[in-house]
Structures are given as C-alpha cells and as structure tokens.
Design a protein around this ligand. Structure first.
Ligand code: ZN
Length: 432
C-alpha cells in the first residue's frame, strides 16, 4: 500500500501545474519555457479573437501553446510541436500495456486553428473504434462538445479553434475524482442516504458505497456499480444522473423505489485507475472486471471490497455500468452463459431491457455481444459472477464512446442513469 492519505479524494499524482503566465516577466526571460519541464510552442500571432497584450513580455508569451496531462485522469505523451500543431502519443495504463484513453489540456490557443495528432492511435487496444469517432472537448469540464476528428487507420487528428485560452480534450467526457467528492458531499447531506467506505484500493484510496432507503429484511436490494474500467467515464455520468434523481424528493419513481427497496451504489470501483488516467486497469495492472471469481486482497482489493459488501447485504438486482468503444447506442448484456441461467432470468432480462428501450431512445434492447455457450459464461466478469452467486437479474450496461444517432455524450449518459430507475421500478415486483 502506498502512503496515499486515507479519506482524501484529491488527485495525488498531479504536481501543481504551472504555466509561463505564473511567472514574472523577468523570471520568464531568465529561465525560459524549459523551467519546471514545461514544453511550449512558439507560434505566429493569433488570427481569431485575442486579448490586447499590455506589455512586450506578455506579447511574447502569447506566442506559446502548452499541452499537458497533469490532470486527475489525464493521459497523453507530448512528443513534439510546431506552431499550433502538437505531436502526441497515447500513454499506456500505469501497470499494463493498454492504450486507448486520452485526456489532456491545451493552453494559449484561443482563436488559433489547433491541430493535435495522436500518431500511434492505430496501435491502441481498439484502433478500429476510432473510425467514425469524434473527440470531446470542454472549457470547464462541465459542458462538453465534439470536435472534428479524423482517423486514417494510424493517426487520430483533432482539429479545433478554441474560443478560450484553456481547453480540455478527452476520449470521453472526463469525470475527475473531485467531481465525485462534491457529489458525495451532496449525497451525505441527504436524510435519504449514507456514504460509507467499504474498503480501499491498491493505493489506499477509499471505495465508497452510497446506501439509499431503509434496510429491512425482505426488501429488494438493488446494486449499481461504475468505473471498474476507469476510462469508461460515461459510467460516472450515468451514476451521477441516477443518484441525483434518487435524492430528489418530489419524484414519484424514486419515492416509490426507495419505499419498496434499498439501493446500493458504488460510484467508482477503480479510483486508482481513474486518478492515474488508466483506460482499463487498476494500479496493479489488473482488469477488475476479470477479478470477480477470485479477487486478491493485494492486487484487486477493490473487487474484494464490493464482493464482501454484497455478501453482507445480499443482491436482488445488479447493474454494472461500462462503455463500449465500437457501439453507437447503449445496450445491456445479461448472463445467458452462466451454469445457473434460467428461463426466469431470461424473462427478467427481457423485461428490463425492453422497458429501458421504451424509455430511452439511445438504448437498444436488440443489441448484445451474443450469448456465451450454455454453462460457459466467464464468471470472472462482475455481472456473471453476481448473477450466478445471487441467482438474480444481473446486467452489464454498455454505453457508446461514439456520439451515434442520439448525439451521445455525458448528458445522455446521465439521462440513461435517470431513466434506468424507471426500468428498475417496473422490474421490481418480478425480481423474486
Ligand atoms: Zn468496461
């Protein structure tokens, strides 16, 4: 275990970031852009909207563009730059050779035509998924939009003319841990919910569970987990949408749900990977969604913690929320290959997916990965293991990285989180 302070949710990896704008003009002239390892780009003056330079020193600084990934969940390698063009490379997961996720910041590019080229996108885990894909951008990490993106089978090129000095680009809308901390603070103040630690990650970050509703014997126990795969940030937006609705006091759906059932939410199962900017693994290089059959206290304590909490509370429904690189609509996968799969579970899956498809145009009940051969389901996978262990409705929800026909983005993921509660309520009476 590392020395990461228990109880803190702040990103610990990122050094405090600085830019030439932090420095006095004299200091900047003396040390230049190389100070603190910064990489800057000299460029021709901007043609778009600019601010009037007040001094010769400031005018000089305005010619630089700066790219970095010193962010919670940040990931990119800057390999070169020229003018407003940057040469980039995908960074591998911290303890595994998996590359797909990127999240970085560009500063000093307001009004300039920026071209950001990821030269090794063709060597990513799912290179073909970059065809027909457009990257997301945001000025404030709150509102996200897509930018023109081209993939030639090898290089992924993002082109954009930012309207502000600082802009973030991500494979999908980033969800930093300080956003989770703010959400947990809101949840904690609600009389409907408890926020409890159920364990710690490899690096000592807490695994939080949110319990909503009164626990009574006989009440259905409904579980939602997100971010086993840290780069699938749509899982966090989904969970946030569901949680905000569960806290609303004038919502008939959630009033009824919490009267009839107890809801357990683990918003981020993999906080280390989410902080480090990993795509798929935790700090020990483990794919947590292949650890459920035999989690290790040393290498996958995150899954061990969630499994242990499930054994204590019981499970009657499980939704494990993920993202799919190739899909352009959301869909769900049941556990048809499990040894204990039954007609009852098939009917429950069908009822739930059809109900959700009726409520959300971005969700399809017709799509899945194809059923495993009977009895051959991979019980290392979370929803398979839970479905087998608790003989319950247990599904993986997959949401797209691509925008697809519904214009999928973080707002749509949150909407799916909200509408999924209606499908859960409709399934409630049939769960047992
Ligand atoms: Zn996943």
């Amino acid at each position: 275990m590392s020395s990461f302070p228990a109880g803190s949710l702040r990103c610990c990896r990122c050094p405090s970031c600085s830019s030439p704008f932090d420095l006095s003009a004299a200091e900047y002239r003396r040390n230049g852009p190389a100070r603190r390892g910064l990489r800057h780009v000299r460029d021709t003056p901007a043609r778009g909207p600019t601010i009037a330079p007040r001094s010769p020193a400031l005018r000089g600084m305005m010619h630089f563009m700066h790219v970095d990934a010193d962010l919670c969940g940040g990931s990119i390698v800057v390999t070169g730059h020229h003018g407003a063009e940057a040469e980039l490379s995908l960074r591998a997961d911290s303890a595994a050779g998996i590359r797909q996720w990127f999240h970085f910041r560009v500063r000093g590019a307001r009004g300039r035509h920026v071209e950001l080229t990821i030269h090794d996108a063709g060597e990513a885990m799912h290179p073909d998924a970059f065809h027909g894909y457009r990257a997301l951008a945001s000025y404030d990490l709150e509102r996200w939009f897509r930018v023109p993106t081209h993939f030639d089978g090898r290089r992924l090129v993002l082109q954009h003319r930012p309207e502000h000095d600082t802009v973030h680009y991500s494979y999908f809308a980033a969800y930093p841990l300080d956003r989770l901390a703010a959400l947990l603070s809101v949840v904690d103040r609600s009389p409907r919910a408890r926020v409890l630690p159920i364990g710690a990650s490899v690096e000592g970050r807490p695994i939080h569970i949110i319990v909503l509703g009164e626990e009574h014997p006989g009440k259905p126990r409904l579980w939602i987990t997100g971010r086993q795969h840290p780069g699938e940030t749509m899982g966090s937006w989904f969970v946030e949408g569901a949680l905000v609705r569960l806290l609303a006091e004038d919502d008939l759906v959630t009033d009824t749900l919490l009267h009839e059932a107890v809801v357990y939410v683990v918003p981020i199962v993999n906080p280390d990977g989410s902080t480090r900017g990993n795509f798929r693994t935790n700090a020990a290089g483990r794919d947590l969604n292949r650890e459920w059959q035999a989690p290790s206290d040393e290498l996958s304590p995150e899954v061990a913690s969630v499994r242990s909490a499930m054994e204590q509370a019981g499970v009657d429904l499980f939704l494990d929320v993920h993202g799919d690189e190739h899909a352009d609509v959301a869909f769900a996968i049941g556990c048809a290959g499990n040894p204990g799969y039954s007609e009852r579970l098939y009917e429950l899956e069908r009822r739930f997916t059809r109900s959700l498809a009726r409520r959300d145009g971005g969700f399809s009940s017709e799509l899945d990965y194809g059923a495993d051969d009977p009895g051959k389901g991979d019980l290392r996978i979370g929803n398979n293991w839970v479905g087998e262990r608790f003989d319950c409705l247990s599904m993986t929800i997959e949401m797209p990285f691509k925008e697809g026909p519904s214009g999928f983005g973080p707002d749509r993921a949150a909407e799916l989180g909200r509408s999924s509660l209606e499908a859960v309520l409709e399934s409630l009476g049939a769960l047992r």
